[in-house]
Design a binder for this molecule. Sequence first.
Ligand code: PEP
Ligand code: MG
Length: 314
Amino acid sequence: EKAEHAEAAPRIAVTKPITATEVKVNVSIPEAAGRAKETQADGVGLLRIEHMILGLNTHPQVYINTGRSQEYVDELVKGIRTVADAFYPKPVWVRTLDAPTDEFKAMKGGENEPFEHNPMLGMRGIRRDLKEVEHFKLEMAAFKKLFEMGYDNIGIMIPLVQHPSELRRAKEIMTECGIDLEKVDVGIMVEIPASALIIDEFIKEGIDFVSFGTNDLTQYTLAVDRNNELVADLYNELHPAVLKLIEYVIGECNKAGVKTSICGQAGSRPEVARRLVAMGITSISANIDAVESVREMVARTEHALILEAARKKL
Ligand code: PEP
Ligand code: MG
């Protein structure tokens, strides 16, 4: 029979590791804000607004055509505010609309959506918002309202940019809409190889952060449809070409003092997090259920790197 003390569980304090690399969380629906907050993440690296809009089940154009634009704006304000509130004053990077045409088509009033053979290579992200400026302006009206309400923790993230002129035009429209770019963090998603290769030009144009959209960066770099099961075996976020693009961008951004992050699924894999920390990324945003394991890996990797450097010096 064992002695009583041998049975007692050891008392080990479980505390959140403190990391120099920020560990953030991705939020897809405002309803998840509470659970996301419980992860004690350092902020939100991606707040998607697609579900706030697709959830209305009425095409944005219908709101515009029927004089109900304010209703649409209010819905965005409500959704974004829920998350910005939960995390205040930690940063929440909100991505502007990025839904492909086939998803809009299913909505009420979506019959006029164009048919595209390759929606993933077509009208989505910033390219659509710059063609349908009226829609983009409604998003900006929502941001303006939130800034007026005092949410100075909200950053604006632009998806699918492939040329600095898109960033320039987007910022012009933001200014036209009364957004003070001096006070707001604006960043881009790096998810097209072209924008990774000319990241220096985006830096010159002026960005506060970049976030790797590895879901798309992988599909566009490897020419593998992310939704096609027939080629799913070729879809590899750790392909050397994908990693090389990421490493290059992190290096250029670190030289310029621009923050780097990842918001694609790969960021939820501890193995990927380890590599990104070693490359010098400044934050990682993971899914709610992956934040803890990623944070653990980030802490371990940081410790290992420090030790390695110290031992080399000796
Ligand atoms: C990505 O491409 O990695 C990303 C986060 O955006 P989405 O999955 O919405 O395209
Ligand atoms: Mg993407």
